[in-house]
Design a protein around this ligand. Sequence first.
Ligand SMILES: Nc1ncnc2c1ncn2[C@@H]1O[C@H](COP(=O)(O)OP(=O)(O)O)[C@@H](O)[C@H]1O
Ligand SMILES: [Mg+2]
Length: 224
Amino acid sequence: MGAVSVIELDHVTKIYPLKAGDVVALDDVTLRIDRGEFIAIMGPSGSGKSTLLNQIGCLDVPTRGDLLISGKNIRKMIDQELTTLRLATIGFIFQKFNLIPVLTAFENVEYPYLMKNRREDITGRVRNLLLSVGIDNAMAQHRPPELSGGQQQRVSIARALVNDPAILLCDEPTGNLDSKTGDQIMELLVELHRQGRTIITVTHDARVSRFADRIISLTDGRVS
Ligand SMILES: Nc1ncnc2c1ncn2[C@@H]1O[C@H](COP(=O)(O)OP(=O)(O)O)[C@@H](O)[C@H]1O
Ligand SMILES: [Mg+2]
């Protein structure tokens, strides 16, 4: 028997029931992802990329089939366990950054730290993470609407890293950025991969897929 995959999907189907009829967003997807892989998920709009990422990130539960994170079946976990797993193991980066507009950049990064640790960061971790992605102390006092897209994505990368997750999930992280800024964000992801993190990124960008160990192509909710 080989090592336990960090992520395993076993015949996962996700159906969104709508009045107009069911939408089969993922159709019997089986795949394994190993620790330390850099995966690009590609496919046309509506092919189920975000749905797949949301299942992997435990933001949603499959309609059918099983999802295992580090060998643990998420169906067998109670809510509290799932919340803890998500906070400790998975970092999310979104196309539209999804920062909280009324909090400063610093507070946005601190927020999941407070959720997990229930106490303030006295180690300088939040500040150091922001510095490591190129956000200095002065900029960290700004709120997201006062920052450029590239700066907001840097803040959201720091936020995704604050609890030191093994897995980083990115949904079109460069989709709202110009190509130069997008390249800088990709370089950050490549560096995080080099440090040993498992990276799974949805992308339309063929340049991004160059960095990947493996490309998972989706068509109509199926791995093709
Ligand atoms: N919350 C939802 N409710 C209903 N249908 C949805 C929902 N999210 C996605 N879908 C549908 O599921 C399919 C896959 O969507 P999505 O995973 O967002 O694709 P992609 O990210 O590849 O563009 C699409 O047909 C989309 O309209
Ligand atoms: Mg999407």
